[in-house]
Design a binder for this molecule. Structure first.
Ligand code: GLC
Length: 573
C-alpha cells in the first residue's frame, strides 16, 4: 500500500509512562516491546515514540546530548532494534521524535562551542551574540523563553571572563542551533539517515517551524520572539533537504511536523517537496463546540487540500491536559499548553462523567474524518488529567522555571494502568513509578476495561476495527449534511468512500435525536428505537444509492401503481 500515512492511525507513546520493563519505576523500550500485542489488538497502524535518546532529561528527553544513542533510562540501541523488529512483525510502523531546534547543553557540540570562544566555527553552530550595555552584561534582546524567564544565557569565555550570550527558546539547558549554518543541516540529515538505516518509518519533528529566528534580533513589544515561517523563510529549504534524504529510502517514510501556526502557514511546511503531515492543533482547541469543530475541520482541510496534503486529527498529547478532563470542565483548552505558550493545567470542578461521554463522541469524530488520526497513550482508556499531584512530586521543568507558579504537564503524563494489581501493572510491585498512579485507576486499567462492552477501550477497539474495514471512514471524502449554523448542537457529515458512505452524526445537544436509515456501525452510547441519545455520536452506513436502472424500474413501478392495468411491468411481479 502506498502513502499509508495519508489515513493512518498513529499511537503516541510517552516512553516514561507506557510500560516499565526493568522494574525501576520508569517506562522503557523493553516495556513497550513486551506490550506490542496490546497495540496490535488495538488496531493502530504506527507508533510515535516521544524522545528516548541520550539526554540529561531536563525536559524529559527533549534535550538531547547524543542523537545517535538511546538513553540508559530507556535501554540500548539493541533494545530499539528489537522494538522496531517486533513492531514490524505485527505490521506496526515506528516513528521517532526528532528534535532539531535545540540540543542539550551537554551535547558535545555545545560544550565545544563554549570552550572554543568567540568567532569560532563551533560557536557558529549555535546562536551566540554579544550582550548589550557597556560591559555586554545585558541580553542581546528582550525575547522571552517559552518556559518562562529570558531566552538568553551568558557564558564565561575560555579565559574565565564574562562572555557572550546564547539563545534558547526553551530552557537554558536547551541551546538553539543555528539553522542558517549548512553544517547543522548536514549533521541532522545524517542523524535522519542513521535512524532510517535502522528501520525507522518516520519522524515527528519537534517545534519544527521555529528553526529560523529573525537575525536582526530586534526587541519586540511583548518579548515574543520573531520566527520567520512564511514562504521566503530559509526554514523551508531545511525541510526540502530533509525530504530529499527521506525520499532516498524505500517504504514511504513519513514526517509529521509540530507547529502552532495558522493553517496557511502550516500548509507551506507540507507542500509536496517538504514534510508529509502536520499536527492540527485547531482541533484540540475546538473542544466539544459544534461551530468551532466545524470551522476547525473546514479550515484545515481547505488549507491542506491546496497543497495536496492530508490533515491530521488530534485531541490529546503529552503537552495538553487530557481531553476527558478538559471536556468535563465545560471549557475548550483553558489552562493548557499550546506550542508557544505555557500555562497551568489545573482544572476546577471537572465533571468526569460528562467529559468521558463527550470524549467518547469525539473519538468517533476523530476516527471518521479524512486523514491521519493520532491517539495518545491512555486516551483509549479514557484516563483523566491528574491535577492534584502534590508539589514535591512535580517533574516538569516548567514548575521550577516559572518560580513554582505554573504546575506544568505532569498531569497528562501519569503512567498507564494495565492491571488491578501492584503499581497497576505498570511496574514491578516494589518499584516507585516516576509519577504516582492514582489507586482508583484500577477500574480504568486495561484488564478492567478489556472485557467490558461499554468501556472506552472497547469503543476504541471497535472504532479502529470498523475504520480499518471501511473505504469511507478516514479514507473517503467529507460532505457536510447539516448546514453551517443550522444547529449549534448537531453535526452531520457523510464520509463518502468507494462504494460506501458512512454518515457521522454528532449530537452535542441535551436531547435524543433520530438516526438516519441505514446500518448502525457504531455508537458512543447505546442506541434504542433508532434514537441517538444526548451527547453522543454514531456511524451509520447509508443504504447504497440506487443505480440508474433501479431508479428506472422504481419509476415504472410508481407508474404501474398509478395504472394497475399493466400488471406485467411491476418489478419482480
Ligand atoms: C515540544 C514538545 C514539548 C517540549 C518542547 C521543547 O513542544 O512537545 O514537550 O517541551 O517541544 O522541546
Amino acid at each position: 500500500m502506498t502513502e499509508w500515512w495519508r489515513h493512518a492511525v498513529i499511537y503516541q507513546i510517552y516512553p516514561r509512562s507506557f510500560g516499565d520493563g526493568d522494574g525501576d519505576g520508569m517506562g522503557d523500550l523493553a516495556g513497550i516491546t513486551a506490550r506490542m500485542q496490546y497495540l496490535a489488538d488495538l488496531g493502530i497502524d504506527a507508533l510515535w515514540l516521544s524522545p528516548v535518546f541520550a539526554s540529561p532529561q531536563v525536559d524529559h528527553g527533549y534535550d538531547i546530548s547524543d542523537y545517535r544513542d538511546i538513553d540508559p533510562l530507556f535501554g540500548t540501541l539493541e533494545d530499539m532494534d528489537e522494538l522496531i523488529a517486533t513492531a514490524h512483525d505485527y505490521g506496526i510502523r515506528v516513528t521517532l521524535d526528532f528534535v532539531p531546534n535545540h540540543t542539550s547543553d551537554q551535547h558535545q557540540w555545545f560544550t565545544a562551542a563554549v570552550a572554543s570562544g568567540r568567532g569560532s566555527p563551533e560557536r557558529a553552530r549555535y546562536l551566540f551574540r554579544d550582550g548589550r550595555g557597556p560591559n555586554g552584561d545585558e541580553p542581546p534582546n528582550n525575547w522571552k523563553s517559552v518556559f518562562g524567564g529570558p531566552s538568553w544565557t551568558r557564558v564565561d569565555e575560555p579565559d574565565g571572563s564574562p562572555g557572550q550570550w546564547y539563545y534558547h527558546l526553551f530552557a537554558p539547558e536547551q541551546p538553539d542551533l543555528n539553522w542558517r549554518n549548512p553544517e547543522v543541516v548536514a549533521e541532522f540529515a545524517s542523524v535522519l539517515r542513521f535512524w532510517l538505516d535502522r528501520g525507522a518509518d518516520g519522524f515527528r519533528i519537534d517545534v519544527s517551524d521555529a528553526l529560523i529566528k529573525d537575525d536582526a534580533w530586534p526587541d519586540t513589544a511583548t518579548g515574543e520572539p520573531i520566527i520567520p515561517k512564511g514562504e521566503d523563510s530559509p526554514v523551508h529549504e531545511v525541510y526540502r533537504e530533509f525530504r530529499r534524504v527521506m525520499d532516498a529510502y524505500p517504504g514511504d517514510r513519513m514526517a509529521v511536523i509540530e507547529t502552532g501556526a495558522e493553517d496557511e502557514i502550516v500548509s507551506l511546511f507540507i507542500r509536496p517537496d517538504e514534510m508529509h503531515l502536520a499536527f492540527n492543533f485547531k482541533f484540540v482547541h475546538a473542544g466539544f463546540d459544534g461551530p468551532k469543530l466545524r470551522a476547525a475541520i473546514d479550515s484545515s482541510l481547505a488549507a491542506n487540500a491546496a497543497v495536496g496534503a492530508p490533515t491530521t486529527w488530534v485531541t490529546d498529547n503529552h503537552d495538553t491536559p487530557r481531553s476527558v478532563s478538559r471536556l468535563g470542565q465545560n471549557a475548550t483548552l483553558a489552562g493548557a499548553y499550546v506550542p508557544g505558550t505555557m500555562a497551568s493545567g489545573i482544572f476546577q470542578e471537572v465533571d468526569l462523567e460528562l467529559g468521558t461521554r463527550r470524549a467518547r463522541a469525539l473519538a468517533l469524530v476523530l476516527l471518521a474524518l479524512p486523514g491521519a488520526a493520532y491517539i495518545y497513550n491512555g486516551q483509549e482508556l479514557g484516563l483523566p488529567n491528574v491535577d492534584d499531584l502534590p508539589d514535591e512530586v512535580l517533574q516538569d521543568p516548567i514548575w521550577e522555571r516559572s518560580g513554582r507558579t505554573v504546575r506544568g504537564r505532569d498531569g497528562c503524563r501519569i503512567p498507564v494502568p494495565w492491571t488491578t494489581g501492584a503499581n497497576l501493572g505498570f511496574s514491578r510491585a516494589r518499584a516507585k513509578p516516576w509519577l504516582p498512579i492514582p489507586r482508583e485507576w484500577a477500574s480504568l486499567s486495561v484488564a478492567a476495561q478489556h472485557a467490558s462492552a461499554d468501556s472506552m477501550l472497547t469503543l476504541y477497539r471497535e472504532a479502529l476495527r470498523v475504520r480499518r474495514a471501511s473505504t469511507a471512514l478516514g479514507r473517503g471524502t467529507l460532505r457536510w449534511v447539516s448546514a453551517p449554523g443550522e444547529a449549534d448542537d448537531l453535526l452531520v457529515l457523510d464520509m463518502v468512500g468507494e462504494g460506501s458512505t458512512v454518515r457521522v452524526v454528532v449530537n452535542l445537544s441535551g436531547a435524543a435525536i433520530d438516526l438516519p436509515e441505514g446500518e448502525l456501525l457504531l455508537a458512543s452510547q447505546p442506541v434504542s428505537a433508532g434514537q441517538l441519545p444526548a451527547i453522543a455520536a454514531a456511524w451509520v452506513a447509508l443504504p447504497p444509492a440506487p443505480s440508474i436502472a433501479d431508479r428506472l424500474i422504481s419509476a415504472v413501478g410508481d407508474l404501474t401503481e398509478a395504472i394497475p392495468i399493466v400488471p406485467t411491468l411491476r418489478p419482480g411481479g
